[in-house]
Design a protein around this ligand. Structure first.
Ligand SMILES: [Zn+2]
Length: 418
């Protein structure tokens, strides 16, 4: 099964080549519009979206009236055909209104025959031969889509669309990766448990990885709220504009922060060969942190969504469990003693076996354990399922085995000062 992710690359196009690219935009727009005009009908049952019919009726004309390559003429035809099909479905299937597709010349489709990707540049077909455009990549790529997809050989660069915004060219590239095997979780079931927190470390994994800093996130949020409050009181138009811009900046910043923590969690799961990542069910967390703000709920949801999105690429399952007693239960081997006095703040000390652990780390281990229990109760085929710990694994009977090939700790996000 293939997974597709779209990324945007800024292009550096020599000044001399701008006019020929502008011509490509215009002629591509013309070609797509020509096809859309032909295929459109005010009677939706008469709209033609068959690529071969549209091609037979328009190809020769468009080739003659433009200098586009044959491949670009076909790409424009496909674009128009898809737009026509969408319009028809919208009207006939969804009962909504739709008017004839209107192309505005802001996009050109490139495929394997019209774009060639090289290390630091690509070449693009135009209406007059090929031009070369350099990629403008970020200096620091860690955690960006470039490091994740562009610089990763597992991802193949596929079809792209070229856009021009405010005089700058961007390539939206569709990156494709073949994913090996479906849900290996059913075979092995090694689980990384994750405890999320409204203060202290944002996420703590059953492997002992402490990721992100919830206090820092809350602090940035409070700072933003303070500024927002005072700007709202000012009430002027310029205050309003500033308000919008700091709002966007804060939401970009916080999403980026959560994205990085999510990447680190998936990295941790991969490092320990996990087949699944277990979180507490958000509905239950919401109850537990009833004093927590909407922002914290949003942040947890966002973080889980990011993890799920990223984990999918590696065939890692993301599951949630009920969080009852995950903070009170002793996660040490076969103990499992559950008592509210086991925990005091960040410290967990089992009243039964005396085991001492960081409270969130203990909770993360219990979250993974709960998923393993759930699997065992719900069916066969998971005889090997186990909780993944810092230096070994714990199976469903609480039997510990030490790891033979554990990764190194020291992910770039373990510092609380991030
Ligand atoms: Zn214990």
């Amino acid at each position: 099964m293939a997974i597709v992710r779209n990324i945007q690359i800024k292009l550096d196009v020599a000044e001399d080549d701008h006019s020929v690219l502008n011509e490509v935009f215009e002629q591509f727009r013309y070609a797509a519009q020509y096809v859309a005009d032909y295929g459109w009908s005010d009677d939706p049952t008469q709209i033609i979206d068959s690529k071969s019919k549209l091609n037979d009726a328009t190809y020769a004309d468009v080739r003659e009236e433009t200098n586009l390559t044959a491949n670009h003429v076909q790409a424009a035809r496909s674009l128009a055909a898809n737009a026509l099909g969408n319009c028809r479905d919208r009207i006939l299937e969804d009962g909504k209104k739709a008017s004839k597709p209107n192309f505005r010349g802001s996009v050109v489709v490139y495929d394997a025959r019209t774009i060639t990707y090289n290390d630091d540049h690509c070449t693009l077909s135009t209406v007059d031969g090929r031009i070369t455009a350099d990629y403008v990549l970020p200096d620091e790529s860690y955690g960006t889509p470039f490091a994740e997809y562009w610089e990763d050989d597992d991802w193949k660069r596929g079809e792209a669309t070229l856009h021009k915004r405010d005089g700058t060219y961007y390539l939206h590239v569709s990156m494709k990766k073949e994913r090996d095997g479906e849900a290996s979780a059913t075979k092995y079931g090694a689980v990384l448990g994750v405890d999320l927190n409204v203060d202290g470390y944002l996420a703590v994994a059953s492997t002992g990885a402490f990721l992100g800093n919830a206090d820092y996130l809350n602090h940035k949020r409070a700072e933003y709220e303070r500024r927002r409050g005072s700007l709202q009181q000012t009430g002027t138009r310029s205050a309003h504009l500033t308000l919008m811009s700091i709002g966007n900046r804060f939401s970009n910043w916080s999403e980026d922060y959560l994205h990085r923590v999510a990447l680190a969690l998936v990295l941790e799961a991969r490092r320990y060969d996990c087949d699944a990542i277990a979180f507490e069910n958000l509905k239950h967390i919401r109850k537990r942190i009833s004093n927590g703000s909407k922002f914290q709920q949003w942040a947890f949801k966002k973080l889980q969504d990011f993890v799920e999105y990223k984990a999918e690429e590696y065939g890692i399952l993301v599951a949630t469990v009920k969080p009852q007693y995950t903070s009170q239960r002793c996660s040490h081997s076969e103990c499992g003693f559950t008592h509210e006095d086991n925990r005091t703040g960040d410290e967990f000390e089992c009243l039964n076996c005396g085991k001492e652990l960081h409270a969130d780390y203990n909770a993360a281990r219990n979250i993974a354990w709960r998923l393993v229990q759930h699997w065992l109760k719900s069916g066969a085929g998971r005889a090997n399922c186990q909780v993944v710990l810092k230096s070994g694994t714990l199976n469903a009977n609480g039997e510990y085995s030490s790891a033979t090939s554990c990764g190194q700790s020291g992910s770039p996000l373990t510092s609380p000062s991030l």
